[in-house]
Design a protein around this ligand. Structure first.
Ligand SMILES: [Zn+2]
Length: 135
């Protein structure tokens, strides 16, 4: 079972990767944008993803009694698929507002961190549930 620090590092890296990918994609689609990576954007997305990467274990915490058996609906492939779709939708949604763009990027990075948590948990022997325990 990955520990809190492991999830924090993996999800922060996922947020940075998410930021770099959407910035590079946006710049390639619109040559009028400044052709440089915004480090503040990457840092904010990394922080948002770190929060998203810790969220599943905050809402479904493991304790000594349950151990890795704490994984419920929030630790499922179904929620993971919804999070992937959410991150993708937010990455490609178009808006002319800078504030809306930032909000969408931060929310997308949160989802990217969430998915990184589920991916790390899926690689453990306990894995993830399809929907929930016993479903
Ligand atoms: Zn977990």
């Amino acid at each position: 079972m990955p520990r809190f620090k492991t999830h924090l590092v993996i999800s922060a890296a996922a947020g940075s990767a998410y930021s770099l990918a959407i910035q590079a994609c946006r710049q390639s689609l619109n040559p009028n944008l400044p052709q440089e990576i915004n480090p503040i954007h990457a840092a904010v997305c990394s922080l948002a993803a770190a929060i998203g990467g810790c969220a599943p274990d905050v809402f479904e915490p493991a304790d000594r009694r349950t151990g890795p058996n704490h994984r419920g609906k929030l630790h499922s492939f179904a929620v993971g698929a919804a999070a992937v779709k959410g991150a993708h939708f937010l990455a490609i949604c178009e808006t002319g507002s800078v504030n809306e763009r930032w909000f969408a990027d931060i929310a997308g990075a949160f989802y990217a961190g969430y998915v990184s948590h589920l991916a790390a948990d899926a690689l453990t022997p306990k894995g993830l549930n399809l929907v929930c325990k016993g479903c």
